[in-house]
Design a protein around this ligand. Structure first.
Ligand code: GDD
Length: 319
């Protein structure tokens, strides 16, 4: 089986690459020109990677015609919500138009057996407490350019299933983290700052954003296993949540990481790290993924954030 991962050099892409190689797939991937392949260290000789900007529709069609994938995992995207507020049109071009270009290329190809489009729990946006945990039937109310770009991508994916019968499975991934995730997301942001303070590379004060938000954060290895299980046995046309089923307050995560630190750190609220609008709580139900493909998370959140802090200590020590 030939599998193609768009955005293979990214955080989740690199973990998915390992998951698929371990399962015996012939692996192909795309990356933007100029992106580092560091996250794939040790795996590169088993993967055929092409440079592709999904905003270029002709290049996307040529790539799909050449690779002829049996399975496609569409991960390439702008993933940082904060960034999307300052760059809304770029976010829509990459996340929405990029998805449409890929779906158009796959429509012409016809031979692909399974297409997984990864969107986000952020598309649910502001959810009433009575509707928690979020199910796939919960209405969408996106409140950031990122979330809107992903909601549109989710809808296009559904339209391509309905209009052309493309075997598309939509995955609404809730937050996930682990070693190798870039700064710009809450867990690596906190870990990188704590590690820098521990190694005296920053004064012992940490600036943080909204600590009242609650998020359902999984280990990235659980999420990519979910991607594989859904691509192999999920039902085309359906949407699936992948999540842990538990919410943690950002303040709780911060305190937990501070408790693992070797130094004492002063916390300061930074208005620049606040967003024009933020989703107060995201907690999902993975019941449908369990019923359809027996997905359930196995990693403990406390271990995941400890591993991530350790990863950042190694990075900072090396600098
Ligand atoms: N990034 C960041 N940095 N967030 C902070 C910080 C900080 O220093 N301090 C507080 N926060 C708060 C944010 O305001 C938000 O409420 C929460 O921590 C989580 O922020 P992120 O880690 O940036 O994630 P997100 O929930 O906005 O989006 C992530 O999850 C989505 C799925 O729900 C991203 O990974 C998206 O790509 C993903 O789709």
């Amino acid at each position: 089986m030939r599998a193609l991962i768009t955005g293979i050099v990214g955080f989740a892409g690199s973990y998915l690459a390992k998951e698929l190689l371990d399962a015996g797939y012939d692996l192909y991937g795309t990356q933007l020109p100029g992106e580092s392949r560091e996250r794939l260290r040790g795996l590169l000789k088993h993967i055929s990677i092409s440079k592709l900007d999904l905003r270029d529709s002709s290049a996307t069609t040529r790539l799909i015609r050449r690779v002829k994938p049996d399975m496609v995992f569409h991960l390439a995207a702008i993933a940082a919500v904060r960034y999307s507020f300052d760059n809304p049109s770029e976010t829509v071009e990459v996340n929405t138009t990029g998805t449409v270009n890929l779906l158009e290329a796959l429509r012409k190809q016809e031979s692909t057996k399974s297409i997984l489009t990864v969107t986000s729990s952020d598309i649910y946006g502001i959810v009433k407490p009575a509707q928690l945990p979020i199910k796939e039937t919960t209405p969408l109310d996106p409140v950031s350019p990122y979330a809107i770009s992903k909601a549109a991508a989710d809808m296009f994916a559904h339209q391509y299933f309905k209009s052309y019968g493309l075997p598309i499975i939509r995955v609404r991934a809730f937050n996930h983290t682990g070693p190798k995730q870039a700064r710009g997301f809450v867990v690596p942001d906190f870990c990188a700052r704590i590690a820098a303070i521990e190694y005296n590379k920053m004064k012992s004060e940490m600036r943080v954003g909204n600590l009242e938000a609650e998020r359902d954060i999984s280990d990235v290895r659980d999420i990519v296993r979910g991607y594989r299980l859904l691509a192999e046995n999920g039902k085309p046309g359906e949407a699936y949540n992948l999540c842990s089923g538990k919410a943690h307050k950002i303040k709780w995560i911060l305190n937990r990481l501070l408790g693992m630190s070797t130094v004492s750190i002063k916390i300061k609220r930074d208005s620049n790290k606040m967003r024009p609008s933020d989703v107060p709580i995201l907690v999902g139900s993975y019941d449908k993924a369990w019923r359809h493909v027996r997905y359930k998370p196995i990693h403990k959140f406390e271990d995941t954030i400890e591993d991530t802090l350790e990863f950042w200590r190694t990075i900072v020590r090396r600098r």
